[in-house]
Design a protein around this ligand. Structure first.
Ligand SMILES: NC(=O)c1ccc[n+]([C@@H]2O[C@H](COP(=O)([O-])OP(=O)(O)OC[C@H]3O[C@@H](n4cnc5c(N)ncnc54)[C@H](O)[C@@H]3O)[C@@H](O)[C@H]2O)c1
Ligand SMILES: [Zn+2]
Length: 385
């Protein structure tokens, strides 16, 4: 059975394909060559020790078999390595290995690797080809699609970066078998977010997949062809949705505020970012914070008379199926909402809430129009004691 899906990501001047399926890594060399128009020069394979230990050999061997001269750049594992320091080391590594304008950077790993390697590729020699091989659910359906690359600075997350599109993305869903459960939950929360703002069909497909999701049997499920087809299909429709939004608003234009602007991808994120900040980015995975953020935004939408209680219950139910979220009831909501005062988006008046009128019907709501009392009571309602 052919279980591979390919999504064409077309821009006016360029385009690339996102190939999704099981067991794609062993053929990654030929895939890379195809993405680069048949050329196989030097390849900088950027990863971390953990992911490289799992999948590095297979991809390296495949690249070499296809004629690439591969050198490996390993960075540390975790958000703190999405930094200027790591960027500089990676760029130095490229120079020492004599990576040239016609060569390629291949990112193998989650969003941290993809964001950092993509940014490095965008500025090294003013831009070299870049390929993405995402290995977390979040990076498959979210960060590897859309061309946002970058690093964190001491002033905040993702403050330095570039829009830089890859020449291709290869999603081998079998790599999810080794992903820790909390990372799966985090990825599923981003999938629910996309379903909630997209349309009823994507929401229902995501919800249906999660209905059968059992963390205990997840790895074994990959023996079942129908399950594999199901996860390829879900990943494919999720990616297609994100690609469609990005195509319509590649650079997240500040004045585009309709229901299909790139901003709507921030559903659940206003509250999530505040939660991550007050817990020093250590307590919650980003996607877990988004899980809480979805529940918060749904409840707030209800309080403001936008969303019906039934839809809120439905959303909460789907978030619950994604896995257990670390509790937030012991966090003081005043401290959470205090962070908005210092949010750079509030300063230029662009702090917004993405709320829902219905599943698949997002609305952009200025922070200034949301009463503080509604925020406080929403926090109380989503964290019952
Ligand atoms: N560029 C964008 O548009 C965009 C969108 C969303 C998020 N992001 C960024 O993505 C980052 C988060 O990405 P993430 O959630 O993938 O986190 P991550 O890259 O830190 O990966 C999570 C963990 O899983 C491990 N891992 C990765 N693949 C594995 C596998 N197959 N098996 C076992 N372990 C594996 C990693 O080593 C890491 O420990 C953040 O920096 C965020 O800002 C970017
Ligand atoms: Zn996110």
């Amino acid at each position: 059975m052919n279980q591979t899906v390919s999504i064409e990501f077309k821009y006016p001047k360029s385009g690339y394909a996102i190939d999704i399926g099981p067991d794609l890594l062993p053929a990654s060399g030929e895939w890379a060559k195809k993405c680069l128009g048949g050329k196989a020069g030097k390849a900088a394979l950027v990863s971390n020790a953990k992911v490289f230990g799992l999948y590095g050999d297979v991809i390296k061997q495949s690249l070499e078999k296809a004629g690439f001269d591969v050198f490996v750049c390993l960075i540390g594992d975790g958000e703190k390595f999405k930094s200027f320091k790591t960027l500089q080391k990676t760029l130095d590594n490229f120079s020492e290995s004599r990576l040239s304008r016609t060569d390629v950077v291949v990112a193998l790993g989650g969003g941290v690797i993809g964001d950092l390697a993509g940014f490095a590729a965008s500025i090294y020699l003013r831009g070299v080809s870049f390929l993405q091989v995402p290995t977390t659910l979040l990076s498959m359906i979210d960060s590897s699609v859309g061309g946002k690359t970058g690093v964190n600075s001491s002033y905040g997350k993702n403050l330095i970066g570039a829009f830089y599109q890859p020449k291709g993305v290869l999603v081998d869903v079998r790599t999810l078998q080794t992903l820790p459960k909390r990372e799966l939950t985090a990825g599923f929360c981003e999938a629910i977010k996309q379903g909630a703002i997209a349309n009823r069909k994507l929401f229902d497909q995501t919800a249906a997949f999660l209905k059968t999701y059992n963390p205990k049997s997840f790895v074994r499920s990959f023996d079942n062809e129908d399950f594999v087809s199901g996860i390829v299909s879900l990943t494919g429709v999720q990616i297609a949705f994100k690609a469609e939004i990005v195509r319509g608003d590649e650079r997240e234009s500040p004045d585009k505020i309709d229901a299909r602007s790139r901003k709507i991808l921030n559903f659940g994120h206003t509250f999530a970012h505040a939660l991550e900040k007050v817990t020093n980015y250590r307590y919650l995975k980003h996607g877990e914070a988004v899980g809480h953020g979805i529940r918060f935004a749904a409840e707030l939408s209800k309080k403001l008379g936008l969303l019906s209680p039934n839809k809120v219950n439905l959303l909460n139910d789907v978030v619950r199926r994604a896995g257990t979220l670390p509790p937030i009831g012991n966090i003081d909501p005043r401290i959470v909402f205090e962070t908005f005062k210092y949010d750079k988006k509030l300063i230029d008046n662009s702090l917004q809430w993405i709320l829902l009128k219905d599943l698949g019907k997002p609305v952009i709501f200025p922070h200034a129009d949301v009463p503080q009392s509604a925020l406080m009571s929403t926090f109380k309602d989503i964290t019952p004691s």
